[in-house]
Design a protein around this ligand. Structure first.
Ligand code: SF4
Length: 287
């Protein structure tokens, strides 16, 4: 079956609409905003309209679901790459309800709902609605402050098959131990994704930050996925691609220097500690 998303950890992406407004430090270099502007779409900010889609667009996941069923497999759908499903605007309400109906109608798809507005999720669901078992609910946490503010809201939901954290762009060191502990025989958070920032103005990620997250997940038995270094790679991993003109960022810590080179996302790669980290949580969902 075709994979039609460039994001490593999903098979498909689906956007119920396009457009958003920045809410977090992680939004500073929002690639979706840049991409929409490049296409001439004025859909960013509180005052702009959002872009909505035709029935043909909404039928696509039904086709993916049929294909998954025929092949006796499951497929992951990332929702949304060009919006935040839980943005609080009246005009989004019918489209969000339509999305919930679509999720219910596609039981062979696992829907990854990732938001920076996890505190608004409960308020924006219909009364007594519970996420079905084909939802993976995720919150972005880019630093310790956002972890402290957001993870408690994620953990209020017990019905999603997976509760996950996207630590991308990772903007600082993160200690997640208190949220990774086993509770009732199950990790409280099931999956952690980490990655550095890419694109113009990208902020460097210190190599120790994703390494710490990988070690914390390993200790707690939580699945870990390292998506990318982003624009800046550790110098020792970039020696084959740097030139005399490559910008170098130096971090001085505990008397030593850590150097990062601005080689771009493609060349920086996604190897951490000499290997790729592509772990996924075990949901127990069968076809
Ligand atoms: S919430 Fe997501 S889509 Fe919205 S501005 Fe922030 S990064 Fe972009």
């Amino acid at each position: 079956m075709a994979k039609d998303s460039r994001i490593e950890w999903t098979h498909h992406t689906f956007n119920p609409w396009w457009g958003c407004v920045r809410v977090s430090d992680a939004c500073d270099h929002c690639y979706a905003e840049t991409w929409a502007k490049r296409l001439g779409e004025d859909v960013w900010g509180a005052k702009s309209e959002r872009r909505f889609f035709s029935d043909a667009h909404w039928k696509e996941p039904l086709k993916w679901d049929r294909e998954a069923k025929e092949r006796k497999t499951r497929r992951r759908v990332f929702c949304a790459s060009m919006a935040d499903v839980f943005e609080n605007r009246k005009d989004l309400i019918p489209h969000r309800l339509r999305l919930l109906e679509l999720i219910a109608a596609t039981p062979h798809l696992d829907w990854l709902l990732l938001t920076k507005r996890i505190h608004l999720v409960r308020k924006q669901l219909p009364p007594s609605y519970e996420f079905p078992s084909n939802v993976w609910l995720g919150a972005t946490v880019e630093n310790q402050d956002s972890a402290k503010k957001r993870i408690k809201y994620l953990l209020e939901f017990s019905s999603p098959a997976v509760r996950f954290l996207s630590c991308e762009p990772l903007l600082g060191p993160l200690n997640l131990r208190q949220w990774l502990q086993i509770e009732d025989g199950k990790p409280r958070v099931d999956w952690v994704i980490a990655g550095g920032e890419s694109g113009p103005g990208a902020r460097p990620m210190e190599p120790q930050w994703p390494k710490d997250l990988q070690e914390q997940c390993d200790e707690a038995g939580v699945a870990f996925h390292f998506k990318q270094w982003g624009h800046w790679a550790p110098l020792e991993q970039a020696t084959g691609v740097i030139t005399g003109k490559t910008p170098i960022h130096i971090v001085r810590r505990d008397g030593s220097e850590i150097k990062l080179a601005a080689v771009g996302k493609g060349k920086a790669g996604r190897s951490l500690g000499g290997r790729h980290w592509d772990q996924f949580p075990n949901t127990g969902n069968t076809v």
